[in-house]
Design a protein around this ligand. Structure first.
Ligand code: ZN
Length: 236
């Protein structure tokens, strides 16, 4: 029976839902993020606000929420040229992957997460990767996660579990999961404080939260929220 977890927590909708999942399930939960020169610092600020709000508004979860770790990964900007770290427009590459794809990024994240989990005595690594996502990042696939779990467990001689609560669900189900974990209070927190927009827009407020409303991340979040809202109005 696992009781401790490290959540890869970026401050977006997905990782906030994963954090709630972990806080519901485990006794001690720590969070981790990477600073790699994201085009917008908004994301790193959003995550601190989300942590603060969870501590203030969820008394059952607050005592379980332990340390937060932010690792400087500026080196990622040196080895890759992508629209997440450079000022270039979003587009699809000839490979069929969007130019937001940073080769090896999740592999690196998981390796560093496991090193922190090892040091902090945390058994489960929770990440919001998803195969049903529009982007089809190969390092978000279930097979990749299973291979990483094996590699990290063998390489550190410690049994790690990589947990992926969102792997097979879509964005509407991610909203539903948040609702079932933390009710409307968690849905409201996610709308108000999490950040998803690729353009870092915190000016335009929509029913589903802040964002430009047109980038792929906003479009996905908007569509999922619309489906989720429909389904809670007319329960089947
Ligand atoms: Zn956007």
């Amino acid at each position: 029976m696992h009781t401790t977890a490290l959540v890869l927590f970026s401050g977006g909708q997905d990782s906030t839902t994963c954090l709630a999942h972990a806080l519901q399930r485990y006794e001690r939960v720590e969070t981790m993020a990477f600073d790699y020169g994201q085009r917008h610092r908004v994301e790193l600020q959003a995550r601190l606000k989300v942590l603060e709000e969870i501590r203030a508004r969820f008394p059952a979860w607050a005592p379980k929420l332990d340390q937060d770790h932010v690792l400087d990964l500026a080196v990622l900007g040196e080895v890759s040229e992508t629209s997440l770290t450079r000022d270039t427009a979003f587009k699809m590459e000839a490979s069929g992957l969007p130019n937001t794809f940073v080769p090896g990024r999740n592999l690196l994240f998981l390796t560093l997460a496991a090193a922190v989990a090892y040091r902090r005595g945390l058994e489960v690594i929770v990440t919001g990767v998803c195969e049903t996502d529009f982007s089809g990042y190969p390092d978000c696939r279930d097979d990749t996660m299973k291979a990483m779990q094996l590699a990290l467990s063998l390489g550190m001689d410690k049994r790690f579990l990589i947990e992926t609560p969102l792997m097979w669900i879509d964005k509407a189900d991610t909203w539903r999961m948040a609702h079932s974990l933390g009710g409307q209070a968690l849905v409201d927190l996610i709308i108000e404080h999490t950040h998803t927009c690729y353009l870092g827009d915190r000016e335009h407020r929509h029913a589903w939260g802040y964002g430009c409303g047109t980038c792929p991340a906003c479009a996905l979040r908007e569509r999922g929220f619309a489906l989720f809202s429909e389904s809670i109005k007319t329960p089947s």
